[in-house]
Design a protein. Structure first.
Lengths: 431, 106
């Protein structure tokens, strides 16, 4: 008996050894294919394209949305780009008219420890989720058809008032929910610190599927927008503290494509507008552009490199105009002094930044509509504007905020941009 | 499970390192022999799963990165982007923000 088990065991050990050998061979093959595919990066191809003028500040502030009592946790644009949903740990979600700046509705949260929110495509539902491990779906009252620009008496007040009508409560995650996103009017995806993502069906009130493959907390996700026809609505991507990004098919429990990003947390992830590439922001301060079709990285955006380069250019310029009195900074991160008298303003000058970055992490990214620019919120540097092609920082946005900017998001129509901050306000920018 | 892998394959690497423990479960008694046998079977299954995934990865159709770059640049140049007024100017009547601001002034 025991000898039989022994031989059996030896047999299995032999099989394991050969399977491992096969894994190694296959892995090397995959590496070879990857290297062969990665024959170029984006910068090489964009040498003929005109760069933007330096320090090109192109956006005007239109609204400051004031009403929350504490940090804004998350903001989302409505599908028609006229409203903004904001969630805050003061226990409320507020729906704002992005154009007029007025509040339209406030939703009292079941649990105030919210981390994320989402707005359904038909704007009838909103979702909130967070540290209570639960994703709650709320119904929204229709807004009575008041359009933007309406300046009737009531338009200046908050109509709809405080309101709460829970549609569903989704329990199932065993750790905090870091992100959630409606994938249709009836389905929502959540990402959780329990290392899984989950798909939930609102009319059935139950979980449809778990997505299990990550080896760390899932920190962010992005869905292929149902609004864009070119996109496959059955896919989504997630980023995790295991340093990987995975592409998932809603119909399959395991990931269909994996991208190793780096050995640090993937804090934020965003699909390129055409849905064929995506960009990641990591705790190590690097932003990386990947492509699904080539299955590889196309570009890396390093703040440290960029700052060092600007420092060098600045020195060269200073040498060149040694006899000139005018000493204009080549590129200024100075926070706008208007309306903010924070003593920390000086910390944001380029020189001091360069020497004092403690946490370079990237917390939020979004592309402009064409994808030519992307906006990135750094932990200590505010929101910078990168040229996707030229790999250069061309400016900054959201400098009117008096505290850390934790999110930047571009409206679906590509005309508006909103930043959310720890100073409890949301600011809306446009050209 | 070991999280400290640094290869390009994500989950796959961890499976290899996790299964590196060898026969540390093997003891003298027949009962634990059966258990270690089962563990070995599970290990084998996991490696086979990994191999299948690697094969899938290998089979995936890829286009060269240079082509992806060109497609990306193409998209950037063909999509009007009104957050870049340097290149694309949004007509005032289409800018709802500006329109409302003007309305307020009146």
């Amino acid at each position: 008996m025991s000898t039989q088990i022994q031989t059996n065991n030896d047999d299995i050990q032999r099989k394991i050894a050969s399977a491992r050998q096969e894994a190694r061979t296959l892995y090397n093959e995959v590496e070879k294919v990857r290297i062969r595919t990665k024959d170029a990066n984006l910068v090489d191809f964009s040498t003929k394209i005109e760069p933007f003028p330096k320090n090109y500040n192109n956006l005007k502030i239109y609204n400051t949305l004031k009403g929350h009592q504490t940090k804004i946790a998350k903001i989302k644009w409505s599908s028609d780009s006229t409203k903004i949903l904001s969630a805050s740990q003061d226990g409320y979600m507020i729906i704002w008219d992005a154009i007029t700046g007025f509040k339209k509705q406030a939703i009292t949260l079941e649990n105030q420890w919210v981390l994320t929110c989402s707005y359904s495509p038909n704007q009838k539902l909103v979702a909130a989720a967070g540290l209570d491990n639960v994703c709650t779906i709320y119904k929204i009252k229709s807004d009575g058809g008041r359009g933007p620009g309406d300046s009737s008496e009531n338009g200046y007040q908050m109509y709809g008032n405080f309101y709460q009508s829970v549609q569903s409560i989704f329990k199932g995650h065993t750790a905090y929910i870091s992100d959630c996103e409606f994938i249709s009017n009836n389905q929502i995806i959540t990402a959780s610190g329990d290392m899984t993502c989950a798909l939930w069906d609102i009319s059935r009130g139950s979980k449809v599927r778990d997505f299990i493959d990550h080896l760390g907390d899932v920190l962010c996700l992005d869905v292929f927008s149902p609004l864009k026809e070119s996109n496959n609505p059955n896919l989504f991507i997630s980023g995790s503290s295991d340093g990987n990004v995975k592409l998932w098919d809603l119909r399959s429990q395991s990931a269909s494509q994996n991208f190793f990003v780096s050995n640090s947390d993937v804090n934020t992830i965003r699909l390129f507008p055409d849905g064929n590439s995506f960009i990641t922001g990591s705790d190590d301060g690097y932003i990386r552009l990947f492509d699904f079709r080539s299955d590889c990285e196309l570009n890396t955006y390093s703040l440290a490199n960029e700052l060092a380069q600007q420092q060098r250019q600045k020195q060269i310029q200073q040498h060149q105009r040694i006899n000139q009195n005018a000493k204009q900074p080549l590129f200024s991160f100075h926070r706008n002094n208007q309306g903010s008298n924070t003593p920390t303003n000086e910390r944001f000058s380029l020189q001091s930044i360069y020497s004092s970055i403690e946490n370079p992490g990237v917390y939020s990214i979004d592309f402009s509509k064409s994808g030519r620019l992307f906006y990135a919120c750094y932990s200590e540097l505010g929101c910078l504007i990168w040229d996707t092609l030229k790999q250069e920082i061309i400016g900054s946005v959201g400098n009117d905020h008096v505290n850390k900017i934790n999110q930047v998001t571009v409206s679906p129509d590509g005309i508006g941009l909103a930043t959310a901050s720890w100073d409890s306000t949301v600011k809306v920018y446009s050209a | 499970m070991d999280h400290s892998y640094n290869n390009n394959n994500g989950g796959g690497g961890a499976v290899i390192s996790a299964s590196g423990g060898g026969s540390q479960f093997a003891t003298n008694s027949a009962g634990s022999n059966v258990i270690s046998n089962r563990i070995a079977v599970i290990k084998l299954k996991r490696i086979e799963e990994l191999n299948n995934r690697l094969k899938e990865t290998l089979r995936r159709e890829r286009i060269p990165a240079s082509n992806s770059c060109l497609l990306l640049i193409n998209h950037m140049q063909e999509t009007p982007d009104y957050l870049i007024p340097y290149m694309y100017k949004l007509p005032i009547e289409q800018n709802k923000f500006l329109k409302y601001q003007n309305l307020k002034k009146v």
